[in-house]
Design a protein around this ligand. Structure first.
Ligand code: FES
Ligand SMILES: [Fe+2]
Length: 375
């Protein structure tokens, strides 16, 4: 067991992270590439959960993702040719259906060969496009076909609240395990130290916070509340919209943080995902949509100037943290400021448990709870 839920942790006792920490979660959609990175007949390489992928689009633009390893002798299929339907390995010319991975042709076979080559498969992953990303469903590392592809849940969708809106994407590589990437995302205590700026917040703006949380399927929600009074952009938002704003923040397994800000008829909706690429590398993808002053670049400016700056600050802090993590993999999760991190590990453990037993997933967050911290 990883964390003691008794007061031990609040006294600063180091805790060994749990079963489940360090593990990557199978059975979910992950964003492999941005939609505009995959064009025409070009084959693109990607990596998810340490699985090499070759991603492309068929002649009707539908995306596909194959394991980038030829079943014949492991040559990366991404070096091969693609005609819009079949991927041809560049080593001995075996051809595979781009969507199912089924072998369709082996050039070296003589006409009297009885080899049932149609029983050979390259690994393949269900693939869909949404919100400007190509998503792959990572059920297992080999890309074994699923029994019922139509029973898959849809890939996550960014909620939007009116027909017209603007949308923007940002991304950054984080040199750490997915766990550190995610708990960095939900950590309220680093803001005044890492994201200091006159227009945002400083150490002097630290104050008591009390936020209400509730369980939601596969995650937890910071219930709708007025955004932090000590941040300038929210003051600006109030000035523009004239309406009081509310923020709702959800975390959902395996890796998604949704934030919605609503003020009267105006809204801004964002999703941040931290996707494991390798064990020691993840990628943060941020997408935001909004209808606040779409003709005036205020929100766009905030996102494109301040967003990268925030993400850069988080990236730098994780780079430096990785120096220490080489020597110490234990962590201390103290009191309410680190409670969300603790819930994350508990959710993960419960998910893995339900995968193991086939039982419905137990939810580690019991009912509404108020967390208090200073930030
Ligand atoms: S390795 Fe791919 S066809 Fe031989
Ligand atoms: Fe941050």
């Amino acid at each position: 067991m990883y964390y003691d839920s008794r007061p031990l942790m609040s006294e600063g006792t180091p805790a060994k992270p749990a079963d489940g920490s360090g593990e990557m979660l199978w059975g979910f959609w992950y964003p492999a590439l941005r939609s505009d990175q995959v064009r025409g007949r070009r084959l693109r390489r990607a990596r998810l959960l340490d699985v090499p992928l070759v991603v492309g689009r068929d002649s009707s633009e539908k995306p596909f993702a194959l394991r980038d390893i030829c079943p014949h002798r492991a040559f990366p299929l991404s070096y091969g040719r693609f005609d819009g339907g079949l991927v041809e390995c560049a080593y001995h010319g075996w051809q595979f259906d781009a969507h199912t991975g089924q072998c369709r042709h082996i050039p070296s076979l003589t006409s009297d060969s009885t080899l049932k080559y149609e029983r050979i498969y390259a690994g393949s992953f269900p693939c869909q496009e949404r919100d400007g990303y190509i998503w792959a469903f990572m059920a297992n590392a080999e890309g074994r076909a699923l029994q019922a592809t139509d029973a898959l849940p849809p890939p996550p969708e960014l909620p939007t609240f009116s027909p017209h809106y603007r949308i923007a994407h940002l991304a950054a590589d984080l040199p750490c395990s997915v766990d550190h990437g995610i708990i960095g995302l939900m950590d309220p205590a680093h803001g005044p130290f890492v994201h200091q700026a006159w227009w945002w917040r400083s150490r002097r703006s630290i104050r008591d916070k009390a936020k209400q949380f509730e369980p939601i399927p596969n995650g937890f929600r910071m219930s709708p509340h007025a955004p932090s009074a000590n941040s300038a952009p929210y003051k600006l938002l109030k000035l523009i919209t004239g309406a009081p704003a509310t923020t709702t923040i959800d975390f959902v397994l395996p890796n998604q943080r949704f934030e919605q800000i609503r003020a009267g008829r105006y809204w801004l909706s964002s999703r941040t995902t931290v996707t494991p690429i390798r064990r020691d590398l993840c990628r943060l993808d941020f997408v935001a949509a909004w209808n606040i002053l779409p003709w005036f670049p205020m929100v766009s400016l905030i996102l494109h100037v301040l967003g990268p700056r925030f993400i850069q600050q988080d990236r730098e802090v994780i780079e430096k943290q990785s120096l220490g993590l080489q020597h110490e993999d234990r962590m201390m999760l103290v009191d309410d400021a680190d409670r969300q991190a603790r819930w994350y590990f508990e959710l993960k453990a419960c998910y893995l448990e339900s995968q193991r037993t086939g039982q419905p997933m137990r939810h580690p967050v019991a009912g509404p709870v108020t967390l208090r911290w200073r930030s």
